[in-house]
Ligand binder design. Structure first.
Ligand code: GTP
Ligand code: MG
Length: 197
């Protein structure tokens, strides 16, 4: 798929104010600073579309972007950010989980995982929660340019193993880098396939 247009639509803290659930929607989520906003900009060829930052916790709202006048790409706030209050964390959890659980137009959740790290409990638990809710998801490994292919492959294999403790089958995996556009065609092709069905 070629991204011909990508338009910022709205930022939200309220489920009631989201765009009507009339278009296929894909949500990008992962730990704070994993590279969600950078990946969105890479996929859409628009550098400043989603705000990126070296400071974790930059994205705090549900951001809707309208792609090719057909589907929504959604940038969600990162989880696991240590430097926010417990109450704020709980609010985040409730808000995002309600969104994921109730959004009728949500086709697939793209869970971003830092390819430099061995499986993190918070990520595995989040995937398990998606599974419990019956939500379809794929795993997108980010920042693959930061280490050798071998190291990435090792971490990917470990993550697959961690998921297979709960799931009978591992979901699709993608290896990406926003720096050198690795994985771009694969991720967009995957979304395109679902949009066609
Ligand atoms: P929050 O919105 O704060 O949760 O963060 P985020 O997940 O949206 O991360 P963001 O895209 O803002 O990126 C965080 C930092 O990682 C920035 O300094 C990016 O430049 C860097 N980064 C993101 N993706 C890549 C990548 O593929 N390669 C490299 N080398 N750096 C990356
Ligand atoms: Mg962000």
């Amino acid at each position: 798929m070629i991204v011909k247009s990508a338009e910022f639509i709205c930022s939200n803290t309220q489920i009631s104010k989201l765009p009507p659930p009339e278009k296929p929607e894909y949500a990008f989520i992962g730990r704070s600073n994993v590279g969600k906003s950078s990946l969105i900009n890479m996929l859409t060829n628009k550098k400043g579309l989603a705000k990126t930052s070296q400071t974790p916790g930059k994205t705090q709202l549900i951001n809707h972007f309208y792609i090719n006048e057909h589907w929504y790409l959604v940038d969600l706030p990162g989880y696991g950010y240590a430097r926010i209050s417990k109450t704020k964390k709980e609010d985040w959890n409730k808000f995002i989980r309600t969104y994921l659980d109730k959004r009728e137009s949500l086709q697939c959740v793209l869970v971003l995982i830092d390819s430099r790290l061995e499986p993190q409990k918070i990520d595995v638990e989040f995937c398990n929660w998606l599974g419990e809710k019956g939500l379809s998801f794929v795993v997108v490994f980010t920042k693959a340019d930061k280490q050798s292919g071998l190291k990435t492959d090792q971490n990917v294999a470990l993550f697959r193993k961690a998921l297979l403790e709960t799931f009978e089958e591992a979901p699709p995996f993608f290896i990406t880098s926003s720096e050198n556009k690795l994985g771009k065609d694969e991720v967009l092709g995957f979304i395109d396939e679902i949009n066609k069905t």
